[in-house]
Design a binder for this molecule. Structure first.
Ligand SMILES: [Zn+2]
Length: 334
């Protein structure tokens, strides 16, 4: 089995993945080990054909180690994919598509596509549960009106207005993980269900004075807050929201310094990327690369479909497979 601790720099990635064959072999090994499973019907122990692809002896489909992964149908050498994956996972502030374009010798269009596919992997995480002491806050992404040209200014966009800005809601467990997401608006009715989904009841929550958080105590949380409008930032040493503010500061730095501009449609992917970086901040580059590599091998297959209660037998599987596979692809790989 491949020892990922050897990947200490991008040089070691280039040296190891020195041919398309090695890339494919490694991918197949990490994806299946010794037991090649058919991505179409779940049959085990499929046989390797002379051309390097596999054939299922039950459903008679041919497939390769790329079938169902983000690499499916790629025309780019896998080595370039893996270099890009290493770069994006090892740089603390992320890499721009211009950087990948130069480092991997691809066009900017390819580079942009590559980064978005890879970034899509960050969203695949097990649901994180926050407990203990949890800070929460919302931030707004979008230019300040005062900095805009007269012709581009919009009236009434101060404060929590979402006319020209996109609200992002974040929660951090002190000393632990962050959860953050783009939201429609920053109203209590929108945010409370998100809090219940991720924060264990009984947790101590810290916020600013905003009225949207007043319902926290009714929802089974202890609620303590500071009054930012009164310039109160810390009370009694531990009542503050400095943890989540720190995450926002980091997030804004990355968005403005590396990516410069982020479209609303893809914002969640950039958030996922920074949340992932934050939650794996104690890992080194090779651990992050290993995790990303394994995520890239994780595909929607037979066992996932069977876990859906609507699929009752293998006969149903084929039709459901296409439907859910397309759905899976559109959320994770588009
Ligand atoms: Zn099969």
């Amino acid at each position: 089995m491949l020892d990922f601790t050897n990947f200490k720099s991008v040089i070691s990635v280039i040296n190891h993945f020195n041919s398309e064959d090695v890339c494919r072999q490694t991918l197949a090994e990490v994806r299946w080990g010794d037991d090649v499973v058919c991505p179409h019907c779940g049959q085990h122990h499929c046989v390797r054909r002379a051309d390097g692809r596999f054939r299922c002896n039950r459903c008679k489909h041919n497939f390769s180690c790329l079938t169902g992964t983000i690499f499916e149908n790629t025309k780019l050498p896998l080595q370039k994919w893996f270099i890009a994956m290493y770069l994006i996972s090892s740089h603390k502030k992320g890499v721009s598509s211009c950087q990948i374009m130069r480092d991997c010798e691809v066009t900017q269009k390819t580079s942009w596509f590559l980064l978005h596919k890879i970034r899509g992997l960050y969203g695949i995480t097990d649901e994180i549960a926050l407990d203990g002491e949890v800070e929460m806050d919302e931030m707004y992404l979008g230019g300040r009106e005062t900095n805009k040209h007269e012709s581009k200014k919009t009236e009434g966009t101060q404060g929590r207005s979402t006319k020209t800005k996109t609200p992002i809601f974040g929660m951090v467990q002190r000393g632990g993980n962050v959860v953050a997401m783009k939201v429609e608006d920053a109203k209590g009715a929108t945010l409370m269900p998100i809090v219940s989904q991720f924060v264990e009841s009984g947790a101590v929550t810290y916020t600013d004075e905003a009225s949207i958080y007043h319902k926290l105590s009714e929802n089974g949380y202890e609620h303590l807050f500071v009054n930012h409008s009164q310039r109160e930032y810390v009370r009694a040493n531990d009542i503050h929201t400095n943890g989540i503010e720190g995450f926002w500061a980091h997030f804004k730095r990355v968005i403005f310094s590396t990516y410069h501009m982020v479209s609303k449609d893809y914002l969640q992917r950039y958030i996922d990327e920074q949340v992932y970086r934050w939650n794996t901040r104690k890992w080194n580059a090779s651990q992050r690369f290993e995790d990303m590599f394994k995520k890239a091998c994780k595909v929607f297959d037979y066992t996932d479909v069977l876990s859906l209660s609507s699929v009752v037998s293998i006969e149903h599987f084929r039709e459901y497979r296409m439907m859910y596979y397309n759905l899976w692809k559109s959320t994770h790989c588009a």
